[in-house]
Design a protein around this ligand. Structure first.
Ligand code: ADP
Length: 479
């Protein structure tokens, strides 16, 4: 495979209305100039998606054939995994360990999982009053716009397009402007797999230009979006003019709660991966660590030791576990929050500045704050970087209270050997995912999404199919 830099519309590689550079955040070098879709190209993509969606070749394709296409796409991603993973790392700055061992294998597994659903989209037969047969059909929605972020570029793209295609929709994928390259590779592989031209279009571009035009376009039936809560609000506002269907997976400020009775060594490891995996640029990052007061001091000491030993390094080195933040802008935002932590009176335990990796790149040290108060900015706002805010709590009720003191509700972790406590916490915490004695677990079969301002709608799992189908109720008079 080779890098693609043009738009994929209707099965053709075409020019956009301008170009933008995509930069390697570890070296600050431009990897490629990529075409940007302006309004005209968004319109062309919508038209070609509509045409492809309505074409009987797709509309009446046997479901098991759609399944086979998705399976074939998974095979092709797997065969090209090394190149795709390397491209993801160059574009995003994440360690190759993550791209090659976690992200791309997840894409493959996810495509296969949803391939399996394509021929299992059954309706119901409903016992209504009177002499009627009533049954439901589940039909695709039509043209789906998928707008995805830069933190897990191909992975989250697959969370949207695998169920959308399994259900028989046509998709327009808009990757984030910081990380457009793997989405284009996926577009190429979808063509090679045999998806009809126009069923998967890929249109890179900036959010306020390409993303906005896609959400506003009357020919788009549904928008599935993952990104910040702030941008989610704009997407919802623009979509209201339709109105068109939307699902939003937004930000988080997830609590990771450690009780004194937990396996503390395992909890230290879980706290570390909870915040430093993906450089902390993870919507479900365990960015608020709550530790029971009786073990707090000892726990933070162990944690700090481990965090300090995590060297930030060249993402292409197989041993690196913390790579470069995605952009200079993101690095500056993270550094600003580190300043806020200091200003607001939190105690900096380790890290707290830029990391030097050969004098280039947007690297920030693994940073831990202690003595954080729930009202501080570093405990309330999503930082999206390797910065952990540690708080103390007294008992279960106090832990639940602090955990829920946030506008967000994406995920939560709890560490305890007391199963009653674990389940009680899982029930009371306002979060779409709860991890007990583990953190950051994902599976294509397990639903993921937010409570409160972390959004609505679900990715992954059987429930995700509801986002990409609409139900039709059919009444048949039997007399
Ligand atoms: P961040 O602020 O972390 O860059 P965003 O939520 O802005 O994250 O970005 C997520 C995705 O939303 C990206 O693909 C981005 O281009 C897109 N986007 C940004 N602004 C808009 C907008 N106004 N309308 C539609 N999409 C947008």
């Amino acid at each position: 495979m080779e890098l693609r830099t043009r738009l994929l519309i209707g099965g053709e590689w075409t020019d956009g209305s301008g170009r933008f550079a995509t930069v390697n955040p570890a070296t600050e070098e431009t990897i490629a100039e990529v075409e940007e879709a302006g309004e005209a190209e968004v319109d062309a993509a919508v038209r070609s998606a509509r045409e492809a969606f309505e074409n009987p070749k797709w509309r009446h394709m046997d479901p098991h054939r759609r399944s086979a296409l998705l399976w074939k796409l998974a095979d092709l991603v797997e065969q090209n995994a090394a190149f795709i993973a390397e491209t993801e790392t160059r574009d995003n700055g994440k360690p190759l360990f993550e791209s090659a061992k976690v992200d791309i294998p997840f894409v493959v597994a996810n495509l296969r999982y949803f391939a399996g659903w394509a021929d299992k989209l059954t309706g119901d037969v409903i016992p209504v009053s009177g002499d009627f047969l009533n049954y439901t059909l589940r039909e695709p929605i039509g043209v789906v716009g998928a707008i995805v972020p830069w933190n897990f570029p191909l992975n989250i793209a697959s969370w949207k397009l695998a169920p959308a295609l399994a259900c028989g929709n046509a998709v327009i994928l808009k990757p984030a402007e910081q990380t457009p390259l793997t989405a284009l590779l996926l577009g190429e592989l979808a063509l090679e797999a045999g998806f009809p031209p126009g069923i998967l279009n890929v249109i890179p571009g900036r959010g306020p230009v390409t993303g906005q035009a896609l959400v506003a376009h009357p020919g788009v039936d549904k928008i599935c979006f993952t990104g910040s809560t702030e941008t989610g609000r704009k997407v919802m506002q623009t979509a209201a003019a339709g109105p068109k269907k939307i699902s939003l997976e937004l930000g988080g400020k997830s609590p990771n709660v450690v009780f004194a009775d937990a396996d503390l060594d395992a909890a230290v490891k879980g706290a570390i991966t909870g915040i430093f995996y993906g450089k902390g640029e993870v919507c479900a990052a365990g960015s608020r660590l709550l530790v029971e007061r009786s073990v707090h001091e000892a726990f933070v000491e162990k944690l700090a030791e481990r965090a300090a030993s995590m060297t930030v390094g060249d993402p292409t080195d197989a041993k690196t576990r913390i790579g470069a933040l995605v952009s200079a802008e993101q690095r500056d935002k993270v550094l600003r929050y580190i300043d806020y932590g200091r200003e607001d009176g939190a105690r900096l335990v380790t890290g707290g500045g830029r990391a030097d990796v050969g004098g280039k790149g947007y690297f920030v040290e693994a940073t831990v704050f202690d003595e954080v108060d729930s009202g501080m900015r570093i405990a309330q706002e999503e930082i999206f970087g390797p910065v952990l805010a540690t708080l103390a709590f007294e008992d279960l009720d106090d832990a639940i209270d602090i955990a829920n003191r946030t506008i967000y509700g994406l995920a939560a972790g709890v560490w305890t050997r007391d199963i009653g406590k674990a389940h009680r916490f899982a029930r009371e915490v306002q979060a779409g995912t709860v991890w007990v004695n583990t953190y950051n677990r994902y599976d294509p079969a397990s639903p993921f999404g937010g409570f409160k301002q972390s959004g609505f709608g679900r990715d992954l799992g059987e429930v995700a199919l509801q986002e990409y189908t609409q139900t039709k109720s059919v009444w048949v008079a039997l007399d």
